[in-house]
Design a protein around this ligand. Structure first.
Ligand SMILES: NC(=O)c1ccc[n+]([C@@H]2O[C@H](COP(=O)([O-])OP(=O)(O)OC[C@H]3O[C@@H](n4cnc5c(N)ncnc54)[C@H](O)[C@@H]3O)[C@@H](O)[C@H]2O)c1
Length: 229
């Protein structure tokens, strides 16, 4: 049981459910923008490559009842509930460490903003980039990490440093009090159990894509309709 589960009496949702919730949310927001007030379970489930049984199971884990037979799901209400479940009502103050090719591209990515995420700082250790403007901010010295985290109440970090530096920067982030790290370096980071680390690894995704292409199958063929969690 995690500390949060002990404190709040909640169990963490299965990762597959979490991934589908983010897709349901995207589909609900698109429906909202299109002025739709309800959405069918078939439409919502298929957005996530699931079926209505999986959708019902996912939503049952959130508690509450969201759908009405013959009417569908209330778009605004369900989007609000999923957003709250995902922690998107909180303010996420993000720092990017590494202002190289990837760090600068991530900083400029507009989809980053919204949903409670705000880019607060971008840091680097190279004098060649410190002080340069990036996405409306100036690159700040990595050696000031601890004071920046404290002064700016940073509570989430994105790691975009070379592989060889990733673990030491991770250690510095943890020492500065950061508990949520999105790591783009293809390195498995070691951190205390209360630190959440997510890894984005493009080469791993390409290898999986290559596997499906090589086998001549679509990934849906490989996934049972209702995978055991
Ligand atoms: N996940 C993905 O899909 C993906 C895609 C491309 C790159 N990457 C990874 O992202 C990382 C960055 O790639 P890039 O192309 O931007 O590299 P880059 O060399 O352009 O930039 C890295 C930056 O990190 C800085 N840096 C190095 N050590 C540091 C430290 N200790 N503290 C602070 N800053 C430090 C460097 O000065 C440089 O500006 C690499 O690990 C790369 O493998 C991941």
């Amino acid at each position: 049981m995690t500390d949060r589960e002990a404190q709040h009496g909640e169990r963490a949702l299965p990762e597959a459910t979490l991934e589908r919730l983010t897709v349901y949310l995207r589909a609900l927001e698109a429906a909202q923008q299109a002025g739709e007030r309800t959405v069918s379970s078939e439409t919502l489930a298929s957005a996530a490559g699931a079926n209505p049984a999986i959708l019902r199971k996912d939503l049952s884990l959130l508690g509450g009842s969201f759908g009405r037979r013959g009417v569908g799901y209330d778009v605004a209400g369900l989007a609000d509930h999923i957003g709250a479940t995902l922690g998107l009502k909180e303010r996420w103050r993000v720092a990017i460490v590494g202002a190289g090719n990837l760090g600068r591209a991530l900083a400029g990515f507009s989809g980053f903003r919204g949903h409670g995420f705000e880019l607060i700082a971008i840091l680097d250790r190279s004098p060649a980039v410190i002080g340069r403007p990036v996405a409306g901010l100036r690159v700040r010295p990595a050696e000031d990490l601890e004071s920046i985290v404290a002064a700016e109440a940073v509570n989430m970090a994105v790691l975009a440093v070379p592989n060889a530096a990733a673990q030491s920067v991770c250690n510095e982030l943890v020492a500065a009090g950061i508990r949520n790290i999105l790591n783009f370096a293809p390195v498995v980071l070691q951190a205390p159990a209360d630190v959440n680390i997510r890894q984005v690894d493009m080469s791993r995704e390409l290898q999986i894509l290559a596997y499906y292409a090589h086998q001549g199958v679509g990934h849906q063929d490989a996934v049972p309709p209702l995978a055991p969690e």
